[in-house]
Design a protein around this ligand. Structure first.
Ligand SMILES: [Zn+2]
Length: 134
């Protein structure tokens, strides 16, 4: 049983006793129940404060982890090690870069992805279908 449940149980006992004896709560009993209710309320407040504190500590832990990551680049993949956060690497991987070229056989322009070809690989013209050196 929690403290609050014990207090509720005690209040029930006292009130039941008063009903049975057909008397009002004595000053002592009222004071006792008031004190116990206050304790129960304060316990709830302490529990809430503890929850808030736990969240705060968890946030702090996250921030400390972030700070450590920035101080120690080896902890995080994708950092260049110079201490700056660089987005360049990611952009190169995600973006498909096209280059315009002109077919040496039919003379028409088209776009191709230089990354998709080896340096000594022939380009394939989409207009005439003929390979040529880019
Ligand atoms: Zn062509």
């Amino acid at each position: 049983m929690s403290a609050r449940e014990r207090i509720a149980y005690l209040r029930g006992l006292i009130e039941g006793q008063n009903v049975a004896e057909n008397t009002n709560m004595t000053k002592f009993q009222e004071a006792l129940m008031g004190a116990l209710d206050s304790i129960a309320e304060e316990l709830d407040d302490v529990s809430e404060a503890q929850d808030d504190l736990r969240e705060y500590v968890e946030d702090l832990e996250d921030e400390v982890m972030d700070l450590r990551s920035e101080l120690d680049p080896d902890m995080v993949a994708g950092r260049c090690g110079c201490g700056n956060v660089s987005d360049d690497d990611d952009d190169d991987e995600d973006e498909e870069e096209y280059e315009a070229t002109t077919c040496q056989r039919c003379g028409k322009d088209f776009f191709y992805q230089p990354d998709a070809y080896d340096d000594d690989e022939d380009l394939l013209c989409p207009h005439c279908g003929e390979p040529f050196k880019g």
